[in-house]
Design a protein. Sequence first.
Length: 149
Amino acid sequence: MVCRTFNKVNYAGCTFYYPEFKDFIRCEQFKRERRRFGFEMPEEVKCKKALPSSSYTKRDLTNKLTIECQMKATSLVELFISGINNAYPEVICAEMERGKYLKFQFQHFFSFDFMEIPIVVYKPTTVIGKKAAKKYMVCLDQTFIKKYQ
């Protein structure tokens, strides 16, 4: 399933696009395909390729991880996103060390009003094992980097 409807919010020279789930929440297909859910770029955005961005806060999970783990996982996610056009997955799991994956959750799209380039924001949520990570549509491990070298 793909979400194509968004709430548009203009704030401080930025336009934010937050997913609108009201059409999906009670749908049985949404419950079955929850791990395979995706987001399409809003129609009014001309450029369909978004720049990657991660959302971090001071009390975030990533502050408990080593810099090396953070960099590995974030690099994998940003490399993956840079190759996507138009449809972005709900969850991306990225290997940070052997058998441990950092789960990134889609947050929103945004763009600065003076630019026409959209930015997609993912937030790191939890550390999960390999078995749990493989259940998601996008599960990146260190071999993913070798494909681009």
